[in-house]
Design a binder for this molecule. Structure first.
Ligand code: ASP
Length: 371
């Protein structure tokens, strides 16, 4: 379907992938089944916007796979190959939205925006948040440029990097616990308060050509595992992941990045086998830091692991996946080059200065969308 409001000077493509925004009651629980056209029909269009819909797939996002994410990345690149398209909105389940958004952002080299949104309340309910979020996302997608991939939710505009789902049910589902939001949308205005700094984007990986969510083995994709440390923790699961063929491991450590001497030894063994290891933390906010020995971050780094800055587990895993895909798929690339690339993707931006991040008067590209 194509919808136009008032001449439609800005052409936005909505790619529908499922999630609560497309979920209806199935008799025992909710599941995604509404089409992209049906989802779009729930929202008014911002003035001057024309929308075309692509129904790519329809899943609840806890079932999202790397094959889905690669197929979506390919679709985004194909869509932006048309110079007449001004921006993209992707409707997506909130559960893994932060992973897909970051994956797309690491490969996004276009000034035109890609905006992900969704809903916490299901399709077709009188109190649903989907229509408002979709309207806001369309407004942002038709207004901004050079901001990379964005998450628009509950009147807030977030950078893909660092943004995580922080509420299971509440409408303000997303935030970056270590940084300010990027901006706001509402009252027909989009106000951007700071500029995200992003690493040089990666090219489309070769695997994107063949990835097919319907055919899981269409192309071999690297296994990247997440292992969490806790009191009484041991290297069992980390070693099991390596034994199962993981080419990358995210160790979710305690505190600023600490585990045990036994886990540090297991990390050294994994790295010696060519496995990329990144260390994040189970603490919601703040950076990783090399402070402690005795199995702490000092020893994990000495064992060959990389600290993830302020990135948390799910996005650190995406950085590992993107590195492995860029290096030819299933690992086996040059470990020095892979480590350098992973370092670049993890380090990513230099955060905006707090004064710029919070100062409303220094709008980087505040855009008054049609009032
Ligand atoms: N289970 C849903 C999903 O992620 C949750 C949501 O969309 O809010 O697809």
């Amino acid at each position: 379907m194509k919808r136009t409001n008032d001449g439609g000077a800005r052409r936005i493509v909505v790619i529908s992938t499922g999630g609560t925004i497309a979920s209806r009651w199935q008799g025992t629980g909710y599941a995604a089944d509404a089409s992209g056209d049906d989802v779009l029909a729930t929202a008014p269009l911002p003035e001057g916007v024309t929308v075309e819909v692509v129904d790519l797939f329809n899943v609840n996002s806890s079932r999202m796979t790397a094959a889905h994410q690669l197929a979506l990345l390919r679709t985004v690149h194909e869509t932006l190959a048309d110079p007449g398209v001004d921006g993209i909105v992707i409707t997506h389940g909130t559960d893994t939205l932060e992973e897909t958004a970051f994956f797309l952002d690491l490969h996004h080299a276009d000034a035109r925006p890609v905006v992900l949104t969704g809903a916490q309340r299901p399709f077709g309910t009188g109190d649903g948040d989907g229509p408002g979020n979709l309207y806001d996302a369309l407004q942002v997608a038709s207004s901004v440029s050079d901001l990379g991939v964005l998450v628009v939710f509950d009147g807030r505009v977030h950078a893909a990097r660092g943004t995580v789902k922080t509420q299971t049910l509440a409408a303000d589902a997303f935030s970056d616990p270590s940084a300010e939001r990027l901006g706001r949308v509402g009252f027909s205005r989009v106000d951007i308060e700071r500029q995200p700094e992003r690493p040089t984007p990666l090219p489309l990986p070769a695997a994107a050509d063949k990835a097919d969510p319907e055919v899981p083995d269409a192309v071999p994709l690297p296994r990247v595992a997440i292992v969490t440390h806790h009191s009484d923790g041991d290297p069992f699961l980390l070693n099991a992941a390596v034994g199962a063929g993981a080419r990358g491991i995210v160790l979710v450590a305690t505190g600023a990045g600490n585990a045990t001497p036994e886990i540090a030894a297991a990390v050294a063994d994994a790295v010696a086998q060519g496995v990329l290891v990144a260390v994040t933390t189970r603490v919601p906010a703040g950076p990783l830091a090399e402070i402690y020995t005795g199995g702490g971050a000092v020893d994990l780094v000495a064992a060959g692991a990389l600290l993830t800055g302020t990135l948390r587990a799910a996005q650190a895993r995406i950085a590992l996946l993107a590195t492995l895909l860029a290096e030819g798929g299933n690992g086996g690339g040059d470990p020095v080059r892979s480590t350098a690339l992973l370092r670049r993707l993890l380090d990513g931006p230099v955060r905006a200065e707090p004064a710029l991040a919070t100062g409303g008067s220094r709008s980087a590209s505040a855009v008054a969308a049609r009032a």
